[in-house]
Design a protein around this ligand. Structure first.
Ligand SMILES: [Zn+2]
Length: 113
């Protein structure tokens, strides 16, 4: 392989790398979208389960222990602790450096229903 060939080869590798980088970027975006979607579905699923529980044991016995967080709130708390926003403003976004978010805390620990 002469010098010129080597340079051509190097250029080609560089182009390949750039293309690969673009691909990685696309896949990353795709994963990000899926992750958000998954989070939404997980929460929605929890909410529906909770609602189903409420409906199935309507009159059976009076609800006590309201000191604990409800399941959907526990789920939100889990997501929050994993480093994601659960508030309406930044829902599904990562919390940079685990910053506290008053809106998220309001959603999780705010007025109980
Ligand atoms: Zn937030």
């Amino acid at each position: 392989m002469d010098k010129r060939e080597m340079y051509d080869h190097f250029d080609q590798m560089e182009n390949d790398l750039l293309a690969l980088q673009q691909n990685l970027h696309d896949v990353h975006d795709c994963l990000e979208t899926l992750r958000k979607r998954n989070m939404s579905l997980e929460i929605e699923n929890q909410n529906l389960r909770e609602r189903l529980d409420e409906l199935t044991k309507t009159a059976s016995d009076g609800g006590d222990e309201k000191t604990r967080l409800s399941k959907p709130r526990l789920n939100l708390e889990k997501l929050y602790e994993e480093g994601f926003h659960v508030c309406n403003y930044l829902y599904g976004k990562r919390r940079e450096n685990d910053e506290e978010c008053a809106f998220c805390l309001e959603v999780i620990y705010g007025t109980k229903k």
